[in-house]
Design a protein around this ligand. Structure first.
Ligand code: SF4
Ligand code: SF4
Length: 215
């Protein structure tokens, strides 16, 4: 009889602890259901790159004077400037220009130093290809106008996710006191510090100390 009662007690204890874990797990689920998603549903949603984003390089063949400054300032001498000397006019004649984006590190040196501004960094970042040789862009491919996330009707453009009110894309236009859809990292840290849980407080302190040490 005693053995049976012990078994019942053990079973009840296990059932109670299982229910506790179930409720704990569901509370995490319900807590996340209230939050704004932080993931981007790519390719239906895309983040708008920042103004100074260094994406695929755009090149204007007509402006290029074949000076090869871009080659000299490139850390890996990457741009290929194919030109011939016209003996009659004694001027360089540009034949072809190419950059291999499979090797480019998008440092922007060539764009910075080009004397005729015929190179520019675009916000295009979708360069994935099945064949790495197709990443070697000639002057025709480099001259193609970049695609823009904001002008593509099939894409929902997002900027800075939770920090901006819903539907607003430009962070510079938002008044400082306007309610934002989500919280800034500094606000989340402050809330964690004010929480009862010592563990969360310690975590927040650790992050703040790390941030202070890197500044
Ligand atoms: S620096 Fe500019 S102008 Fe000179 S070769 Fe390069 S792209 Fe052409
Ligand atoms: S972005 Fe940098 S690595 Fe790429 S071609 Fe220009 S200078 Fe070279």
């Amino acid at each position: 009889m005693l053995g049976f009662l012990e078994k019942v007690a053990d079973y009840t204890k296990e059932a109670v602890s299982a229910a506790k874990y179930l409720v704990e797990g569901l509370s995490v689920t319900f807590d996340h259901m209230r939050r704004r998603p932080v993931t981007v549903q790519y390719p239906y949603e895309k983040l708008i790159p920042s103004e100074r984003y260094r994406g695929r390089i755009h090149y204007e063949f007509d402006k290029c004077i074949a000076c090869e400054v871009c080659v000299r300032v490139c850390p890996i001498n990457l741009p290929v400037v194919d030109w011939v000397m016209n003996k009659e006019t004694k001027k360089k004649e540009l034949r072809n220009y190419s950059i291999d984006f499979g090797a480019c590190i998008f440092c922007g040196n060539c764009v910075e130093y080009c004397p005729t501004n015929c190179l520019s960094m675009t916000e295009e970042y979708e360069l994935a290809a099945f064949d790495r040789h197709s990443l070697n862009y000639d002057n025709v491919a480099l001259g193609r106008l970049p695609t823009s996330v904001t002008s593509d009707p099939s894409v929902r453009p997002l900027r800075e996710l939770a920090y901006l009110p819903e539907g607003i894309m430009d962070p510079h236009e938002v008044p400082a006191n306007q309610k934002r859809a989500g919280r800034l990292p500094s606000e989340i840290l402050k809330d964690l510090q004010n929480e009862d849980s010592q563990e969360n407080k310690n975590k927040a302190d650790k992050v703040i100390n790390k941030l202070n040490s890197t500044n």
